[in-house]
Design a protein around this ligand. Sequence first.
Ligand code: NAP
Length: 458
Amino acid sequence: MNLFVEIFYLAAAVLFILGLKQMASPVTARRGIVWAGIGMVLATLITFAHPHVNTNYLLIIIGIAVGGGIAWKTGKEVAMTDMPQMIALYNGMGGGAAAAIAAVELIKQHEMDSTVQLLAVFGALIGSVAFSGSLIAFGKLQGIKQLRGAFRFKNQQRINAGLFIVVAWMGLGIATSGTDYGMFTLFLFFALALAFGVMMTLPIGGADMPVVISLYNAFTGLAVGFEGYVLDNPAMMIAGIVVGSAGTLLTQLMAKAMNRPITNVLFSNFGETTGEAQEVSGSMKAIEAPDAAIMMAFAEKVIIIPGYGMAVAQAQHKIWEMTKQLQERGVTVKFAIHPVAGRMPGHMNVLLAEAGVPYDIIYDLDEINEEFRTADVALVIGANDVVNPIARTDPNSPIYGMPILNADYAKNVIVVKRGQGAGFSGIENHLFFADNCRMLYGDGQAVANELISNMKEL
Ligand code: NAP
């Protein structure tokens, strides 16, 4: 590779890393995405000057135009609530692309250094699994009827383990046989690797898909990194390593925030428990918007807890408008964000940032949990599992051990939701039956509107 190309690849890699670093804070995240994007454009353009790329220019340009065009259109149109499945799809494409690179290199059956050949096969296996697994994850999150729920049958784990052993054994054979592997073996290896991705994902319920997608994201990164080594492309290697490690950390973070080891996500069903769940006593008590508005307008401190329902209702702008009204009245308002509120990490932060809520009134669980005892009102809008106190007390509950926001410790709790619908885990929320809790029924945005107009009249 010539020096000119290498320098540009290095610059692209630096932009990826700096971009990712900036994505760590909501204040700089937008800039980070732009930087990483510039890095990607640079890496793509300079590839045309790569000595190995000396043919098929038209095909490459058509590929970029079609892929880029579809991504541009879908990226602009996708609803915030559909973001997880969109990430699954794009991630799958990354894994598929890495596997395709490996396929091209292996089909050529040219002499490769033994390490390079091994990495090509590793990348092929991991990329194929990430590709087909992500497509199934997409289908489950999209609610495709045939894929809904956890698809299980007898001895499934054994069959999956057997399939994995066969694929790994074939891969090892291809990796160590120089150029002697036949085309049929290669074809079968890819087909079985793709089948393994499907088989591994089918038994996992839709509820666990965000964690699975994050895991496949790590797989894709790893596969891209390996294929970068095969193509001797430093930008690809670094981008792959960065994506692989970010995906691994994110998977760990989500599993930790849900208090579930990753093996539990992959090999058991969400909600599988052994004993009887704790009975809930008392009743849910409703409140009307005018009374809720008075309660908050005359409070000293209000903590707002947004959840998935706020995303569904797209209520973030109205909630911010209400917050400004409260602040004008001298009420201290803070936002409390649970690490797995919504359907993907950072879901609530993105929505609040979009509405213009300043970052200095948004707090993470660890920062704010002690403060609920001094709050006059905890306003729960569209959140459910992340404030369910059963997670502290009932070992038989599927969410037992998950750290929760201590909304129940506030003097008063107001919960905005449409009806009696359960949260993501499908279990009853004991907070809703507590003496200090009132239910304000309605769509999140409509209720926020009512609260705003009621506050104006006070
Ligand atoms: P949640 O438990 O899914 O509950 C959302 C609540 O919003 C529901 O009870 C629903 O009740 C209400 N709702 C829905 N649409 C609404 C609307 N238009 N207006 C008002 N309310 C509405 O949400 P969460 O508390 O945010 O918890 C997130 C869950 O997702 C956790 O169990 C977490 O483990 C899981 N999860 C998250 C991630 C992640 O990365 N964030 C990943 C994997 C899993 P009604 O139907 O009665 O309105």
